[in-house]
Design a binder for this molecule. Structure first.
Ligand code: SF4
Length: 283
C-alpha cells in the first residue's frame, strides 16, 4: 500500500488558472482563438487546449485580422496590444492582476521621469511585457552584480518580476540606494511561487517520506526550482510530466510506502489527479 501526502500548495496559481479558464471559455464560443507563445509551460495542458481549437502564434504578426487573441498571464508590451488592435484583432487581456500591477507601476514611474530598473530575467515574457509599459529610460538587472553597473540617476524606481525572491530584491535595492537620491522599491513579488516552494519544503520536513513525485512540465522553471528544493532536503525526487512516465519507474516506486506529491504553478489539477490515481493503482 502506497500512502500519498500532497503538498499544501500545488498546481495552478491564481493567475494561470484565471487565464486558462478564460481561454477554455473562449474556445467554446469564439471561432478562431490564438495566444502569442505557449499559454502555459505545461505540454499536456497546451495539447488539451490545442485539441479544443487553440492556435499558438510565435509573434503577433502571425495573428490574422478578425481573429481573437487571449493575452496570457505573463502579459504583453503595450506596442504589441496596439498593433493587434490596429489590425482588427479582438484582444481579451488575461494578464495576471499581479503582473498588471507591476506593468502599471512601471508605466507610471516611467511617465513621471523616473529611471525604471526591473529585477528579473530579461528574456522572460513577463519581463519583456513589463518593460514594454515603460517609455524608454529603463533597464533589467538580474543580480546585485548587474545592479552595480546601473548609472547614477536622481530618481530610481525598482520593480520586480513577480516570481523573484524577496531577499534578492532587497539585495538589489541595497546596491541602488547608493546610485540615487530617491529610490522607490515596488515589491511586486507574488507569493504563489514562494508558497509552493515553502509547501514543498514543509512536505519533506513534516513527513517521513520515502520519496517525492514532482509533477510538471520539464520546461517549467518554477517546477525545476521545486525539484532543487526537494533534492536539497536529501530526499529522492522523481520529476514526471504525466502518468505515462511512471510506467518505466516501477523500480523507483518499489519499497516506497510514503510518497509526497508536489506540483509547479503551471501544472493543472486534472494532471495531478491522473498521476496520483496511477500511483494508487500501482500496487
Ligand atoms: S505566479 Fe503570481 S503573478 Fe504569476 S501568474 Fe501566478 S498568481 Fe500571477
Amino acid at each position: 500500500m502506497i500512502n500519498l501526502v500532497m503538498a499544501e500548495h500545488a498546481g495552478f496559481c491564481f493567475g494561470v488558472k484565471r487565464a486558462v479558464d478564460a481561454i477554455e471559455r473562449s474556445l467554446t464560443r469564439d471561432a478562431e482563438v490564438w495566444t502569442i507563445g505557449l499559454p502555459i509551460h505545461n505540454p499536456q495542458e497546451v495539447s488539451r487546449l490545442q485539441a479544443m481549437g487553440l492556435r499558438v502564434a510565435e509573434s503577433d504578426s502571425d495573428i490574422p485580422a478578425g481573429a481573437k487573441v487571449m493575452i496570457r498571464a505573463h502579459g504583453e508590451a503595450v506596442e504589441v496590444l496596439d498593433r493587434l488592435r490596429a489590425k482588427g484583432v479582438t484582444v481579451e487581456d488575461m494578464t495576471c492582476p499581479f503582473v498588471k500591477k507591476a506593468q502599471d507601476m512601471a508605466a507610471e514611474f516611467s511617465r513621471q521621469g523616473w529611471h525604471v530598473v526591473l529585477l528579473g530575467d530579461k528574456n522572460h515574457p513577463e519581463v519583456i511585457g513589463i518593460l514594454g509599459h515603460t517609455q524608454g529610460d529603463s533597464e533589467v538587472v538580474n543580480s546585485e552584480e548587474e545592479a552595480m553597473s546601473v548609472r547614477q540617476c536622481p530618481r530610481i524606481a525598482l520593480i520586480s518580476q513577480t516570481t523573484q525572491r524577496a531577499e534578492k530584491l532587497a539585495g538589489v535595492a541595497a546596491v541602488l540606494v547608493g546610485k540615487s537620491r530617491e529610490l522607490h522599491v515596488c515589491n511586486t513579488i507574488c507569493n504563489a511561487t514562494a508558497q509552493r516552494q515553502e509547501a514543498a519544503r514543509n512536505l519533506v520536513r513534516n513527513n517521513k517520506l520515502d520519496g517525492v513525485i514532482l509533477i510538471g512540465g520539464k520546461q517549467s522553471a518554477n517546477t525545476g526550482k521545486l525539484r532543487d528544493i526537494i533534492a536539497s532536503e536529501g530526499i529522492d525526487v522523481l520529476w514526471v510530466e504525466d502518468e505515462r512516465e511512471l510506467e518505466g519507474k516501477i523500480d523507483w516506486l518499489m519499497g516506497k510506502n510514503m510518497i509526497g506529491i508536489a506540483a509547479g504553478a503551471s501544472t493543472p489539477e486534472w494532471l495531478i489527479n491522473k498521476v496520483t490515481y496511477h500511483i494508487a493503482q500501482t500496487r
